[in-house]
Design a protein around this ligand. Structure first.
Ligand code: HEC
Ligand code: HEC
Length: 286
């Protein structure tokens, strides 16, 4: 009888222990799994807001996603953005988080050389630490794709060696003054809208005193608050959601890509914050 009761107790204790161990495993697994998922989801959204895809994918020729090779024509020649997949040989698979952050925010490569500002790090410099972390986690969750980088084809007088000087002159970006407004962060930092919609001088520096007054070389129109006065809120929402213009036409060219890969992904609150911010962006005010 005693033996039988002991046996029953032991079984119960065993059952209870098993149950507790299972419970602990389940509880501890939930936050780990959802944390990993949520940082990747967050990173995917940052990646969309910053439109990393369009430049690093040869969309027109059905190129491999993020494997580079897209021709970017500029006044200084043709740039071919590199492979930013995690392929260890031809991409950035061996990069640390610090190296990644330094490239995106400071335009500095792991070997200490400077990137050309066609990589819009001048805008990205205020991306927050947690957004950079998430962005890297997302890019590093994607498939590695092997594709060798193409060399840029630039005018003879363009050299990487002049970039440190250029960088010291490039101090006039509005994003220097960290603006805590969400709309400003989406437009000036992540969305790098100035890169196309603000004119540049002969050495490629943005003329921030003419913020958003358009860039003729890129056929990018004036989007300062003055020129957007004629647009009502619904028209702006339509434009950023699917590229529809008030006259029934659709945006073409560079802006079509910005809409497809970036602004159409804005969450409703972010879309509102952007519109609010654009309404306040005045020309000729520093
Ligand atoms: C407007 C086009 C453009 C956009 C948008 C862009 N890049 Fe780039 N990126 C470039 C170009 C051009 C280079 C090469 C610069 C050079 O060779 O000096 C580059 C270089 C890089 C490099 C260096 C890779 C290496 O092998 O050295 C990384 C990393 C990178 N980009 C990541 C990103 C991420 C992440 C985003 C989004 C947050 C992004 N890029 C958005 C154009 C772009
Ligand atoms: C790669 C260059 C590029 C970037 C980056 C870019 N745009 Fe544009 N944008 C253009 C071009 C080019 C047009 C004209 C397209 C057309 O008329 O078909 C345009 C058109 C527009 C228009 C319509 C203006 C009008 O009068 O028709 C608005 C508004 C606009 N962009 C806002 C933005 C905002 C906000 C951002 C940042 C999230 C942004 N753009 C980023 C190139 C760019």
């Amino acid at each position: 009888m005693v033996v039988a009761i002991n046996h029953l107790r032991k079984n119960r204790i065993k059952y209870l222990l098993n149950f507790l161990v299972t419970l602990i495993l389940v509880i501890s697994a939930i936050p780990i799994v959802s944390f990993a998922d949520s940082i990747i989801d967050k990173g995917r959204y940052i990646f969309q807001l910053a439109n990393c895809y369009a430049c690093h994918t040869d969309v027109e020729n059905d190129g491999l996603p993020l494997a580079g090779g897209r021709a970017m024509e500029t006044q200084f020649g043709t740039f071919y953005p590199p492979n930013i997949t995690v392929d260890k040989e031809t991409g950035i698979g061996h990069w640390t988080e610090k190296q990644f952050a330094q490239a995106v925010r400071k335009g500095l490569s792991p070997d200490g050389s400077h990137y050309y500002p066609t990589f819009p790090y001048s805008a990205y410099k205020n991306i927050s630490d947690s957004d950079i972390k998430a962005l890297k986690a997302y890019i590093f969750s994607l498939k590695p794709l092997k594709q060798k980088n193409k060399s840029h084809d630039l005018k003879w007088y363009i050299s990487r060696l002049t970039l440190p000087v250029w960088k010291t002159l490039n101090t006039d970006q509005s994003s220097d003054k960290l603006n805590t407004d969400r709309g400003a962060y989406l437009v000036d930092t992540l969305g790098h809208c100035n890169e196309c919609h603000t004119p540049r001088n002969s050495i490629g520096l943005l003329q921030m005193d003419l913020k958003f007054s358009g860039n003729e070389d890129l056929a990018a129109p004036d989007i300062s608050s003055d020129s957007l006065k004629d647009w009502n809120k619904e028209e702006l929402i339509d434009l950023f959601s699917d590229g529809a213009l008030p006259d029934g036409d659709y945006v073409s060219d560079h802006m079509a890509e910005v809409v497809e890969f970036s602004t159409s992904k804005w969450k409703p609150d972010d879309l509102k914050a952007v519109i609010r911010y654009l309404r306040t962006a005045k020309k000729n005010v520093k």
